[in-house]
Design a protein around this ligand. Sequence first.
Ligand SMILES: *Cc1c(COP(=O)(O)O)cnc(C)c1O
Length: 381
Amino acid sequence: MKLETLAIHAGRHPDAATGAVAPSPILSTTFARDADGEYPHGHLYSRSGNPGRTALETLLAALERGATAAAFASGSAASLAVFQALSPGDHVIAPDDVYHGTRTQLRELLARWGLAHSLVDLTDLDAVRAAITPATRLIWAETPSNPLLKICDIAGLAELARTAGATLVVDSTFATPVIQQPLTLGADLVMHSTTKYLGGHSDVLGGALIARDAGDPLFGRIRDLQTKGGAVPSPFDCWLLQRSIATLPLRVRAQTANAQAVAEFLAGHPAVERVHYPGLPGHAGHALARRQMPGGFGAMLSFQVRGDRATALAAVGRVKIFTRATSLGGIESLIEHRASVEGPYSTTPPNLLRVSVGLEHAEDLIADLGQALAPAADRQG
Ligand SMILES: *Cc1c(COP(=O)(O)O)cnc(C)c1O
């Protein structure tokens, strides 16, 4: 079935008891037993499972062409579950520009617990091969990456992981299943911060892991961490996500078209030094992105203002339609000075602004960036 159809129908049925077409959140934390002690509806206690979470997990697995999914209270809870499913002494390879929260987990939470990691340029398969040790159990990929929108070769990494006996996890938050489907390219697990495009309205925090193989032993431990660790999303959050995902394909395509227009405008602007967007032919990952991202190039981009940190901060101070805020994937366009957000381990250029392109009209977004950059362009002129 096609993605648009799955986004609406996977995991969703009229309610058997009432005929209600639209799902409602079931808030009960506990579920009744039969006279013989069985659980006729399959649910026992809300931490181990509830109807809304089951519906959401069915939907997520279908969208990513996976076998099974586990929903978490945040993307960070999902990534932590992956790392905790490994053992002390294991080694993880992650991108040198990995999402700063994932890097912080590896450095501050997991190094102390005995999990070793190397940060490697994942766009360079030879560098990844060289970083693999006998203890390497996991390759963590993120593509497009944050905030430089680097593209790494999922199929190539899957091959390296298979040879090493390691698991390949792809944080596909920026892409969504509308843009790319890593499990079909050989990845073992896909991770999402559902806070972003899947939620899509900047009003729900969540995370998810989807497995290609339901019998994957690592995923079995992840499921245990989900239900026994308890970092699960609430029934209301699951319901919000199910409701939002119905429009995910439409939203992401429209946001992607807007992002392409904004990227092309910025690429021709005198106050802009460099635009990072895989949809531009000059981007280092453009050819790979064309193959690997059949749904388009996504709606995230970043750009470097000609000048320094102060020039970039002054430009971001002048936007009127864009909101100055962190996060991404919502209906509203956001812009942020990324290095300020990332803190001490940041490797982001100080003149870089990251943009999440929303669903406003592209001409209004372009006009807003144009007026914000005009004083910087005057200085260039
Ligand atoms: C936001 C984000 C995360 C973390 O997710 P939370 O829901 O904020 O915990 C992980 N990876 C990427 C790429 C993200 O953008």
